[in-house]
Design a protein. Structure first.
Length: 285
């Protein structure tokens, strides 16, 4: 039994080293496809962080009339806080508004005009969980006619548009994943067919000696597994250190799943197993 297992492994390794050009092309194809897949997986893994970043921008700013006093502004702030859509409200006074103006434009508006024309405002932060754009629009419409309010500025439509684009990206990502898996199946299957065609005499000898189809298939399955293992491992290393370099040079923090290497290798082995089995089934009729 041990001799048979050793024979199968030796034959599988021989097949892998014998068909150098075909295996090289197959490994390069797996490397390219799974590098792209791994990159998509990393972006997908960071999608929640991207969405949460944009959801943190779910705010609108309420500019108050110039004759609104502090007590009235606080009253309006408390009204907003009573609403379940709102997580917090920041009251920005006239002095703080002047400071913000200076930080953005580099000029002291009080020195320019001799007085501070900037109104008080409320920065209203919305809950990102259970967010409903229609309810927010109704809320803004309601307070837009408030006697204390001069103007309400809301960028929610832009945030919603960005989220829609992220969802579109996820859909395209899934389509491309399926396409790349299909290409990998075709390449691995063709390589297995070529390897078996080159060893027809070997297969006939095994059949003559009563070998089962599983016994005949095993060396070619081992060859396909080695192709996938080498290609996917190289792809993982390329993805991992590629993003390490990107994080270092661009100063970003793109996270990589701790188990990305396992997902890539396991997926490549499943693909190779399916592709090679499908190919061998056509030949070993």
């Amino acid at each position: 039994m041990i001799d048979k297992i050793a024979f199968l492994f030796v034959e599988g390794i021989k097949n892998f080293t014998r068909n150098k050009l075909a295996n090289f092309i197959c490994i390069i194809t797996i490397l390219i496809n799974f590098t792209i897949l791994g990159t998509f997986f990393v972006f997908g893994y960071n999608t929640d962080n991207i969405v949460n970043f944009f959801r943190s921008k779910y705010t609108f700013e309420v500019f108050l009339n110039s004759d609104t006093n502090l007590d009235q502004a606080v009253t309006l702030k408390n009204e907003f806080l009573d609403n379940t859509l709102i997580s917090s409200v920041d009251l920005i006074g006239k002095e703080e508004s002047a400071k913000i103006f200076y930080d953005e434009f580099g000029e002291d508006i009080i020195q320019i005009l001799g007085y501070n024309p900037l109104p008080m405002s409320l920065k209203v932060n919305l809950h990102d969980k259970g967010f409903d754009s229609e309810e927010v629009n109704l809320l803004i419409e309601k307070y837009g006619s408030n006697s204390f309010v001069d103007e309400i500025v809301y960028q929610g439509s832009y945030v919603d548009n960005i989220e829609s684009r992220i969802n579109l990206f996820i859909f395209i990502f899934l389509v491309l994943v399926l396409l790349l898996i299909f290409i990998s199946i075709q390449i691995i299957g063709n390589t297995t067919s070529l390897s078996m065609s080159n060893r027809k005499d070997f297969i006939e000898i095994l059949r003559y000696n009563g070998a089962s189809n599983l016994f005949i298939k095993t060396p070619f399955l081992i060859e396909a597994f080695l192709q996938s293992l080498v290609g996917s491992l190289l792809a993982f290393l390329l993805v991992k250190y590629g993003f390490v370099i990107i994080n270092s040079y661009l100063g970003v923090n793109i996270k990589i799943d701790d188990y990305l290497w396992a997902w890539m290798i396991v997926l490549s082995l499943i693909v190779s197993s399916y592709a090679s089995s499908k190919s061998m089934k056509r030949i070993l009729l």
